[in-house]
Design a protein around this ligand. Structure first.
Ligand code: UDP
Ligand code: MN
Length: 248
């Protein structure tokens, strides 16, 4: 039986949200044995996301947790609380299986990235923690783990090369077993500098030597850190609104 892939996606309300989620669901629907953990950055589950998931045709769990206002500032890491809510749900669901968990793999899937289907084949065989290149990130065409004799020995990156794990959120997966046997591993707010979220998390559960390189020894880009342009709503009417109310 295939290990289940758990995708944790933080998401927040904005004009492009439904478009992003539609693109993501269209990808995930092509992947066997995938469970989508969608975590809204909000005080309650929204109607838009609830209706969307009901029609998405995917095994999913719909969570929500608001980011405290003090953390909604430029330069601070995003979606810390949402990723932790996903981790907590996963641990709660498997709380009786610490010794021998059902085979599973977790990864963090931001709602605006672009994921190839090959990526899921690669991450599915994760034993502990696996890594691969990420396209369009760090001010470069790609970042990647440097591999020698099947082991990660460093990082090809143009940004903060001092990071212990110089890798984007989209560049790694973790086995369910590792998540359960490290029950305290979470994303931290305190003392977390920009770009250090991944390193802070990974150093709680693994070492660089232990990483499993995927994507042909980290020589292929199978995921892209794409970002969606801010929508121009300059011509939204203030009066003479449309006669029907349409969800976008
Ligand atoms: N996100 C969120 N709340 C926010 C900002 C972002 O839940 O206030 C989510 C967003 O939907 C995405 C992830 O966190 O899934 C990363 O955010 P973003 O894509 O803006 O970060 P970047 O691309 O700059 O790393
Ligand atoms: Mn993004």
């Amino acid at each position: 039986e295939l290990p289940t892939i758990y995708a944790i996606t933080p998401t927040y309300s904005r004009p492009v949200q439904k478009a992003e989620l539609t693109r993501l669901a269209n990808t995930f629907r092509q992947v066997a044995q995938l469970h989508w953990i969608l975590v809204e950055d909000a005080a309650a589950r929204s109607e838009l996301v609830s209706r969307f998931l009901a029609r998405a045709g995917l095994p999913c769990t719909h969570l929500h947790v608001p980011t405290p206002r003090r953390y909604k500032r430029p330069g601070l890491p995003r979606a810390t609380e949402q990723r932790n809510a996903g981790l907590a749900w996963l641990r709660q669901r498997h709380r009786h299986q610490h010794q021998r968990a059902q085979p599973g793999v977790l990864f963090f899937a931001d709602d605006d990235n672009t994921y190839s289907l090959e990526l899921f084949q690669e991450m599915r065989t994760t034993r502990k923690v696996s890594v691969w290149p990420v396209g369009l990130v760090g001010g470069r065409r790609y970042e990647r783990p440097l591999v020698e004799n099947g082991k990660v020995v460093g990082w090809y990156t143009g940004w903060r090369a001092d990071r212990p794990f110089a890798i984007d959120m989209a560049g790694f997966a973790v086995s369910l077993q590792v998540i359960l046997s490290n029950p305290k591993a979470v994303f931290k707010r305190r003392g977390s500098q920009p770009g250090m979220q991944e390193s802070d998390f990974l150093k709680q559960i693994t070492t660089v030597e232990e990483l499993e390189p995927k994507a042909s020894n980290c020589t292929k880009v199978l995921v892209w850190h794409t970002r969606t342009e801010k929508v121009n709503l300059a011509n939204e009417p203030k009066y003479h609104l449309d006669t029907v109310k349409i969800e976008v």
